[in-house]
Design a protein. Structure first.
Length: 133
């Protein structure tokens, strides 16, 4: 009886093929994940290189002053449906800096940064109520 069981032990061809099929599916999934991870790392590297160029360009770019404006802070109700008086005003100049950089495809691109420039000698003007915008 033991001899008959030993003769029938082992895997059938169907079992071997099924296990190979499962292994190939898992291998394909793993290969796809590694490929996606590699592409992600490459894109991350490109974005970091572009950001480095932009930051270096921003540090050396000339500031172009725009028009002077005043920002008014107005009191409102908690529902924001009724405006009250001006609480204070802050004068500022809207300046810009333009940075030119090379993207990963070698094309030259421009990016414009807007800067709110509050001068050091500008004073905040408080109001004592009753002043409407």
């Amino acid at each position: 009886m033991i001899k008959k069981l030993r003769e029938k032990s082992g895997e059938t061809l169907v079992e071997v093929l099924a296990s190979m099929f499962i292994f190939l599916i898992l291998f394909g999934i793993l290969q796809g994940a590694v490929s996606y991870s590699h592409a992600s790392m490459q894109k991350n590297k490109q974005i970091r290189e572009e950001n480095t160029q932009i930051i270096q360009g921003l540090a050396s770019a000339q500031k172009v002053d725009g028009e002077s404006k005043t920002l008014s802070f107005i009191a409102t109700t908690s529902e924001m449906d009724k405006k009250g008086s001006v609480v204070f005003r802050v004068p500022f100049t809207l300046a810009t800096k333009t940075v030119t950089y090379q993207d990963t495809n070698g094309q030259s691109k421009n990016i414009v940064f807007s800067l709110y420039d509050v001068s050091a000698d500008a004073s905040v003007t408080p109001f004592e109520g009753g002043d409407t915008p």
